[in-house]
Design a protein around this ligand. Structure first.
Ligand SMILES: [Zn+2]
Length: 458
C-alpha cells in the first residue's frame, strides 16, 4: 500500500483503552509497534499472536487474533520517512473480549504500571490490587497474581530479596561496631545439609533501649507477632512497654522464620539474658491468649512471671458467641479491681444468658481480670494494644527487604524517642500525660470521704 500522507505517531502517551488501528499509524521503531500491540492486547482483553517476525528492526510484522477472529494487522518499515508504519488493517474483532486470561499481562508489566502507587502504599493489599487491575484493564486476576505484582514492584524499588539476605552479615557487623553492647543475635538454619549459612532468625535489642527500660519502666513487657509482608514470609516478634509518660516504648524485635515454640523460646531467652530477667519473678508479660506458642514459651522461660492475657482479644472471641450491648458492658465490668465486683458481674451476666458465664470462665479470668492481679508491678494493664500499635507503626517497614526493614524500624524507633521530647524539661517528677491522668482522678475523687475503720486503716 502506498503512503500518501503523514499519519499520527503512536507512543507511550497513547490511550489504548479505546484505541482503533488504522493504516498509516506511525511508530518510532519496530519494537515500539510491538509494545503498542502488547498494550492494546492487555487493555482491550484480546489474545493476539505475532505470526511472522524476526529480529531485524526493519522486518515486517503480521499480527492475528485467536482462531476464527477476523482481526488482522500488518506493519513494516518505511525507509523514506524512517518510521515503522501500519500498512494493512482489519481492526474489527469477531471474537469476544477475554476477561479471565490475558497472555500478555505479566505481573512485572502490571507492577511497572502502578509503581507510583506502590511508592506511596508499599503495603497495598492484594484485594485492592485485584480490584484495581480489573478496573484498569478489565481482567480478573487471582490473589497469587496480585502478590506477584507486589513482589515485582518491591523488587524494582529495592532489588532482589535474596541479594539482601546475603548482605545481612555486613549489616550485623556494622551494628555491632557502632553499638558493641547491643544484642544482635543471628541464627542460621541448622537443617541445611550443605552447611550453607542460610538466614533463620535475627534478634535486635539496642543497649540504649535496654537501659531505658531497666531504669525508667515498670517490669511489664507486652509481646506479640506480626507477619512480614514480603514474598519470603517470616514474622516479626516484638517486646513493647509503656514508658514513664504512658507512651509506647519498643524494647526489642526479632525477625523469625515463623511463630513456633522454638522461635518464641529463643526470643524470650534472649530477653531473659539481655535484660537480666531471671525466672520472671516480679515480671508481668502480656500477650494474646490464643497464641499457644507464646503461652508455652513464657511458661518455660519465665515460670514465675505473671502472664496476663489481653482482655480485648478475649472479648473479641467471647463476643462472637455472646452478643448484645448489655453483655458487652458486663464483660468490661468484670475486669473490676475487686473480687466482689467481679462476682457481681458474673451474676448479672448469668441472669441474661447462663451459657455466657461458662464461656467467660473458659478464658480463665484470673489472667485478665484486675481483681486477681498481683500488686508487685503496680501496673493495671490488661490489654496488648501497645504491641499492636507498634506493629501498625512499622507496617510500611514490614513490606521491605530485611535490611531496609530493620533500618526503617531502627530509625522509626529513634524518631519516636525524639518526638517524646526532653525529659529534663518536665515540670515535676512525672510525665505530662501521667500528671493529666492524675489530675483527672483527683477531680473524680474530690467528693469522696476517707472514713477510718481503725486508727491506721481507712
Ligand atoms: Zn479477536
Amino acid at each position: 500500500m502506498m503512503l500518501r500522507k503523514r499519519g499520527p505517531l503512536i507512543g507511550d502517551n497513547t490511550d489504548f483503552k479505546c484505541f482503533k488501528w488504522v493504516v498509516r499509524q506511525k511508530f518510532t521503531s519496530r519494537q515500539s509497534f510491538k509494545n503498542a500491540i502488547a498494550k492494546y492486547e492487555i487493555l482491550q482483553g484480546r489474545n493476539i499472536t505475532i505470526t511472522s517476525s524476526n529480529n531485524h528492526r526493519k522486518q515486517n510484522v503480521t499480527v492475528k487474533c485467536v482462531s476464527g477472529c477476523k482481526f488482522y494487522l500488518y506493519g513494516g518499515w518505511d525507509s523514506r520517512r524512517v518510521v515503522y508504519v501500519v500498512k494493512l488493517v482489519n481492526g474489527e474483532h469477531s471474537c469476544s473480549r477475554n476477561m479471565k486470561k490475558n497472555r500478555k499481562m505479566k505481573s512485572r508489566w502490571v507492577a511497572d504500571q502502578f509503581l507510583e502507587v506502590f511508592k506511596v502504599r508499599p503495603h497495598w493489599p492484594a484485594k485492592e490490587i485485584m480490584a484495581t487491575i480489573k478496573k484498569a484493564f478489565g481482567v480478573l486476576v487471582n490473589k497469587d497474581f496480585a502478590y506477584r505484582v507486589k513482589y515485582h514492584a518491591h523488587r524494582m524499588f529495592h532489588g532482589s530479596m535474596l541479594e539482601h539476605y546475603t548482605k545481612h552479615g555486613r549489616y550485623i557487623e556494622a551494628l555491632k561496631h557502632i553499638n558493641p553492647q547491643s544484642l544482635v543475635e543471628l541464627v542460621t538454619d541448622p537443617t541445611r545439609v550443605d552447611n550453607a549459612n542460610v538466614f533463620q532468625r535475627l534478634h535486635v535489642c539496642f543497649e540504649g533501649l535496654k537501659h531505658g527500660w531497666l531504669e525508667g519502666c515498670r517490669k511489664v513487657i507486652c509481646i506479640d507477632a506480626c507477619f512480614l509482608k514480603t514474598f519470603l514470609g517470616g514474622q516479626l516478634l516484638s517486646a513493647i512497654r509503656k514508658d514513664h509518660n504512658d507512651q509506647t516504648y519498643p524494647i526489642s524485635w526479632a525477625v523469625v522464620e515463623s511463630e513456633n515454640n522454638e522461635s518464641w523460646e529463643w526470643f524470650l531467652q534472649n530477653l531473659q539474658i539481655f535484660l537480666n530477667l531471671g525466672d520472671g519473678n516480679d515480671l508481668v508479660i502480656i500477650s494474646n491468649e490464643h497464641q499457644v506458642t507464646i503461652l508455652n514459651g513464657v511458661a518455660k522461660v519465665f515460670p514465675k512471671a505473671e502472664h496476663r492475657h489481653c482482655a480485648r482479644h478475649i472479648y473479641a472471641h467471647w463476643h462472637k458467641s455472646f452478643k448484645g450491648k448489655d453483655l458487652k458492658l458486663l464483660f468490661w465490668k468484670a475486669k473490676a479491681y475487686s473480687k466482689a465486683y467481679f462476682k457481681d458481674s458474673l451474676v448479672e451476666i448469668e441472669k441474661i444468658l447462663p451459657a455466657a458465664v461458662d464461656g467467660f470462665k473458659r478464658y480463665n479470668p484470673v489472667c485478665f481480670s484486675r481483681a486477681y492481679m498481683s500488686f508487685t508491678t503496680k501496673v493495671d494493664v490488661i490489654v496488648n494494644n501497645m504491641a499492636e500499635t507498634f506493629n501498625g507503626y512499622i507496617i510500611t517497614a514490614r513490606t521491605k527487604h530485611i535490611i531496609h526493614m530493620l533500618e526503617d524500624i531502627r530509625t522509626q524507633v529513634m524518631q519516636l524517642y525524639v518526638k517524646k521530647g526532653d525529659v529534663s524539661k518536665w515540670k515535676g517528677d512525672y510525665g505530662p500525660r501521667v500528671i493529666a491522668r492524675l489530675e483527672k482522678e483527683k477531680e473524680k475523687a474530690k467528693n469522696c470521704e476517707a472514713i477510718p475503720s481503725t486508727n491506721t486503716i481507712f
